[in-house]
Ligand binder design. Structure first.
Ligand SMILES: Cc1cc2nc3c(=O)[nH]c(=O)nc-3n(C[C@H](O)[C@H](O)[C@H](O)COP(=O)(O)O)c2cc1C
Length: 277
């Protein structure tokens, strides 16, 4: 079975899950590829028997550029698929956001897997929550899920697999599902500050232009940030010269509150006894 695991991963958490799953498919003798989001082609979807689509959770939903890409895919009738994600304590709609466009294109999406990932959002208010996640146990769970996908497919069972995360294949009605539905890119741009460039520090190394997931940074000759920036702050967290920064204002406090440990304990999916810091 040709299995393509396609994944957007900004800081590597979701990629770790993708790799753990790919190992299971490869060991079971399937022709398996893990493909990063910047390299994917529609043929990576149409040419596979089984598609795994993964992305981190951004603002309680799947990142908009991933959703848009999936929405524009060609027909996927006859393909089997599963989705996966990593998140902090407020995953909201992320799995359904990945599953829905695949289902709309005719793929039979059999399940969704969610893991925890170390979270630096909203930077720099919160730093390094859920340290070292996904950890060894998370990766084991990802492998178990991949094993369950194979069993489900070989059994010929129809419908979603029982091991799927509940609600992965339909829109939920929880607090963060609603937040995820409301937080669109224009609102995030309004609430969150735009990165600024310190031209003295910038060495024009192009790290930010290569890493920006929406291609919103170009050098002229120093980095310029376009309107399409959706405030993921990858440029801030990774610039080798620390040449990018933001000025936080009072409106950012709202986002900080929304994604605070307290709110996520009350309304998100932080488990009892789970280490946050
Ligand atoms: C811009 C941004 C927004 C985020 N929003 C959320 C969120 O709404 N809920 C949540 O649970 N985690 C959120 N996170 C945390 C990420 O989902 C988490 O760190 C994830 O593991 C990152 O995966 P990656 O390393 O594959 O990019 C956010 C992270 C970033 C960078």
């Amino acid at each position: 079975m040709k299995t393509n695991i396609i994944c957007f991963s900004q800081t590597g958490n979701t990629r770790k899950i993708a790799k753990a799953m790919a190992g299971v498919f490869t060991d079971a003798g399937h022709d398996t590829r893990t493909i990063g989001f910047t390299k994917i082609q529609p043929s990576d979807f149409t040419g596979a028997d089984l598609i795994g689509a993964g992305a981190p959770c951004f603002e309680s939903q799947a990142p908009s550029h991933v959703r848009e890409y999936l929405r524009d895919l060609p027909d996927l009738t006859g393909k089997k698929a599963f989705v996966f994600s990593t998140s902090g304590g407020a995953p909201g709609n992320v799995l359904y956001d990945l599953a829905k466009p695949l289902m709309k294109k005719g793929a039979d999406v059999i399940g969704g897997f969610l893991s925890r990932g170390t979270c630096f959002y909203p930077v720099p208010c919160l730093k390094g929550r859920f340290p070292e996640r996904p950890d060894a146990r998370d990766l084991e769970k990802a492998e178990e899920f991949a094993g369950a996908v194979l069993e489900h497919l070989s059994s010929g069972a129809s419908g979603p697999m029982p091991e799927s995360r509940p609600g992965a294949l339909k829109h939920g009605a929880g607090f963060y599902n609603i937040v995820g539905a409301v937080m669109n890119d224009p609102l995030v741009r309004f609430l969150m500050p735009k990165p600024k460039v310190d031209v003295e520090k910038c060495t024009e190394c192009r790290w930010c232009t290569a890493e920006c997931p929406t291609g919103s940074i170009r050098l002229n000759p120093k980095p310029e940030i376009a309107k399409t920036c959706f405030r993921c702050y990858r440029c801030l967290t990774g610039c080798p010269e620390e040449a990018l920064s933001v000025t936080w204002g009072i409106s950012n406090f709202m986002v900080w509150t929304l994604y605070s440990q307290t709110f996520e304990r009350w309304l998100g999916d932080i488990q009892k006894g789970e280490r946050v810091y």
